[in-house]
Design a binder for this molecule. Sequence first.
Ligand code: PTJ
Length: 257
Amino acid sequence: MGIRLKIPKSHVRAESLKKREALIDAEEKGIVAKAGLIAHGRGEAFDYLMGEVTIPPALFATRAAAASLILAEHPIISVNGNTAALVPADAVSLAKLVPADLEVNLFYRNRRREIAVKSALIRAGAKKVLGTGSSASARIPELFSERRRVDPRGIYSADVILVPLEDGDRTMALKKMGKFVITIDLNPLSRTAQTADITIVDNIVRALPNLLRAVEELKRLNEQELKGIIERFDNRRNLSETILFIRDRLTAMAKEE
Ligand code: PTJ
């Protein structure tokens, strides 16, 4: 057991420190991979550059993602260790609202982690979780990491897949299978961000609650209106706007005394 930090409420970085503690705790329980802690650090750095807030291009992408999930015939939410540690309840609520199935999909897969991630989702209220044990019997072609193991009832046969905190290889492989891929990734330069159909460049702790709200709101629209939202969205342009937002923010900060 590592050293536990007592975080004073008044600490300027209290929220960020709490998230770190939650991830360290989840790593000890087998939910988060060791590399998940490193990945979080990279995410934090990008979050810092954006001011740790949801920026307008992220909200725009969130609406397009919500419309895509609502229109999907067989949507799946792929859950890895960091997602299960940071936002299990939001992932479960989103799955219920869309409705979509939840599937455990791990880069660093072993039986202990599969069970730990599935249990975290069940504790958060999930009734059904795909992709563990013998149910991960299908394979994503041309993918050699453990991420290739998927559930035939889930990712393998899905049309729209939400893959938060992803590695680039699987996004590319899923695209080759003809899937529509939505990702949440704080790094607008990552291969995943650049390859997905819709990239929400935001911290998953803000992005999932926003996505929930967007699905709730857009569910009232008809099919044509939802298709219009997706057609007006261009991922390349949105990523460019994100990068320009960071540039402008840094330029403004550099000019401050
Ligand atoms: O649980 P597993 O075994 O599936 O492993 C998960 C990790 C995250 C270790 C694995 O997928 C991995 O190695 O991912 P990468 O290639 O490091 O990519 C993770 C991406 O997520 C990076 O671009 C980070 O900037 C981004 N990221 C990290 N934390 C957050 C985030 N994006 C949104 N919200 C975050 N909180």
